[in-house]
Write a protein that binds this ligand. Structure first.
Ligand SMILES: *[C@@H]1O[C@H](CO)[C@@H](O)[C@H](O)[C@H]1NC(C)=O
Ligand SMILES: *[C@@H]1O[C@H](CO)[C@@H](O)[C@H](O)[C@H]1NC(C)=O
Length: 155
């Protein structure tokens, strides 16, 4: 099993009505809010080609990098005891940092998707997402040792 260092990015809403910040990462028996970058506000990002796509705007620095073994689970938790009430697809990405995750702003084509939650079809609904406050994903065993950032998007 390989250890990876995971520096949480924020988790942002991308739709006019979806306003969420996931501010806690839970890994094993531990959790952290310091390994998360938090934007100044939860306003949706409209410009997909601008720098704010990586972590919204005026985002705080993460002050902690946590070590998580590839193959183990992480859970991202919504802040302020919220649950999802304006639904959309949820995706989680990892990005390989050029060196230290703490020093990387998240730019460039270094990201890969490791999880997604879409709608139920026929009948169409987002009942699998509405009301949730956490999303759990297994870090793929194939992820090599090194520093990565994570990002969760709601669109
Ligand atoms: C972001 O920071 C700039 C410069 O300090 C400020 O003008 C702007 O109002 C801030 N935006 C938000 C959403 O906090
Ligand atoms: C989006 O961001 C890009 C890159 O910063 C910029 O060139 C473009 O003008 C922005 N588009 C809008 C509509 O603000």
């Amino acid at each position: 099993m390989r250890a990876i260092a995971f520096l949480g990015l924020l988790l942002i809403a991308r739709q006019a009505y979806a306003h969420y910040i996931f501010d806690t990462i839970i890994y094993g028996s531990k959790s952290s809010t310091k390994a998360i970058r938090k934007p100044a506000e939860n306003a949706p990002v409209h410009n997909y080609t601008g720098s704010e796509i990586t972590c919204n705007i005026n985002t705080s620095k993460a002050t902690q990098t946590v070590s998580i073994a590839a193959g183990s689970k992480i859970t991202m938790e919504l802040g302020e005891k919220k649950t999802i009430y304006h639904p959309g697809p949820v995706t989680i990405y990892l990005g390989k940092a050029p060196s230290k995750a703490a020093d990387w702003e998240g730019t460039g084509k270094r990201w890969f998707k490791i999880a997604e939650w879409g709608p139920n079809l026929n009948p169409f609904s987002f009942n699998n997402i509405i009301g949730k406050s956490t999303f759990t994903v297994t870090i793929p065993k194939e992820v090599l040792s090194g520093e990565v950032k994570g990002a969760l998007f709601i669109s």
